[in-house]
Design a protein around this ligand. Structure first.
Ligand code: SF4
Length: 421
């Protein structure tokens, strides 16, 4: 089997490229060219629709699910279903307790969108410290063989870890994948197992055309911690690894500009990551432009994600209202997905211009066509219907003082007067 990248480089068109081209309403040659240049990736999952991410395509939304040291298989499965139902484009299954293999299997059975995993999480639960780097790669291989669409690997080096510990950052490192990878490196007095065995990693991913997501372990954990030399070092390293992966016909997504970023810097950082990585697809967690929206971090991320998407981020990771507080519940997952969908949609309105849906909504609002408004709503109208169950006339916000009705009636009267004249 040839990978999407290999096919694109050979000038062959795959059925997945054709699917993405039709779905995104983008020329087929543009998709093939984007893949061949590493600027677009296609995530695949057996017998499920493929997904294009990258340059010139709509901004995609990811929902993280999975147990931490808390959580139940049934909840995580339901969260996965809810995330897909409310429009998540991908899921990242990150379980770290319970029967992880069983949770992953169940999520595969219950969903049809691409699934990403972070294999080091499962390796950690299965005693990462006593594992050799080859055994860690076995976990990666297992996920690949089970049919994941992408994997996240963190490329933190010993140098980066020692520098981050000595840095003046308030929050030294907030990446779980980065800290788990670093803990193995420290305990084993070794370098990063994925970088040291990068050729083997690429061989494993190449076999099933699994997309490599190069993690953002050095992201900032608060808005006070600005972009520093550690973030730049990670971006530079990931850019080099991405090049190497592409040369081995493995598709790559770069994670960067995530975490907490002061609003004035979001656009600048997105441009930096896109430039340094040769415009490879950029996956951004958040970013959160304020640290005080505790309990409302989905809203903060919606603001940050809108700016990031508008500036060129291709793929956003949702943040739920329970971020920094607890493992999200099912309602948090729904709120997180919808908030992130709003951010992606706003970003796309800058990338591609106002959507037909926005324009249609204005007309439907003008004529109080509530059913149509609900259908156009980002969540399918579920929440809106509860606020306005009557489905006719003006709403109770202004009642008989409805500004829309007042203007419409006035315009009608003026028109009638003109006709009479
Ligand atoms: S009543 Fe007010 S809020 Fe409701 S539709 Fe009319 S103008 Fe809009």
């Amino acid at each position: 089997m040839k990978t999407q990248l290999e096919s694109a480089l050979e000038g062959s068109i795959t059925k997945e490229m054709a699917y993405v081209s039709a779905k995104e309403n983008v020329e087929l040659h543009f998709i093939a060219k984007g893949i061949s240049e590493g600027k677009i990736v296609i995530m695949t999952r057996e017998h499920k629709p493929p997904l294009g991410i990258g340059l010139g395509l709509t901004t995609k939304v990811n929902a993280n699910i999975g147990t931490s040291s808390y959580g139940e298989i049934l909840d995580e499965t339901e969260k996965a279903r809810i995330a897909e139902r409310f429009g998540a484009d991908t899921l990242c299954e990150m379980s770290m307790s319970g029967d992880i293999d069983k949770i992953r299997k169940k999520i595969f059975e219950e969903t049809s969108i691409p699934i990403t995993t972070v294999p080091i999480y499962q390796a950690k639960v299965e005693q990462v410290s006593s594992m050799t780097s080859k055994e860690i790669l076995k976990t990666l291989e297992k996920h690949v063989d089970e049919g994941v669409s992408a994997v996240v690997l963190h490329t933190i080096t010993r140098d980066m870890f020692s520098s981050v510990c000595k840095s003046s950052r308030i929050l030294k490192m907030v990446s779980k994948g980065g800290s788990v990878t670093a803990s193995w490196m420290i305990e084993n007095k070794s370098e990063n197992p994925f970088i040291e065995n990068f050729d083997d990693v690429l061989k494993i991913l190449y076999r099933k055309d699994v997309v490599l997501c190069l993690g953002n372990a050095m992201r900032s954990g608060c808005v006070c911690d600005e972009m520093d030399k550690l973030q730049r070092a990670e971006a530079k390293l990931n850019a080099e690894l991405a090049k190497k992966a592409n040369e081995a016909n493995v598709q790559v997504i770069i994670e960067g500009a995530g975490g907490h970023i002061s609003i004035k810097n979001i656009k600048k950082y997105i441009k930096y990551y896109k430039k340094i990585t040769g415009e490879r697809p950029l996956f951004v967690a958040g970013p959160l432009p304020t640290d005080i929206a505790l309990g409302y971090d989905n809203i903060s991320a919606c603001v940050g994600g809108s700016i990031a998407s508008a500036a060129g981020a291709d793929y956003l990771c949702y943040i739920t209202p329970s971020e920094h507080l607890s493992l999200p519940n099912i309602d948090d997952v729904r709120e997180g997905v919808i908030s992130c969908k709003i951010a992606a949609h706003i970003g796309d309105s800058v990338k591609f211009g106002l959507s037909e849906k926005d324009i249609k909504m204005a007309y439907m609002r003008k004529s109080h066509k509530w059913e149509e408004q609900f259908k156009l709503a980002i969540d399918g109208g579920e929440k809106a219907e509860k606020y306005h169950p009557e489905r006719y006339g003006a709403c109770t916000m202004c009642g008989k003082y409805c500004a829309i009705d007042f203007i419409e009636n006035t315009v009608r009267k003026l028109k009638n007067k003109k006709i009479k004249k």
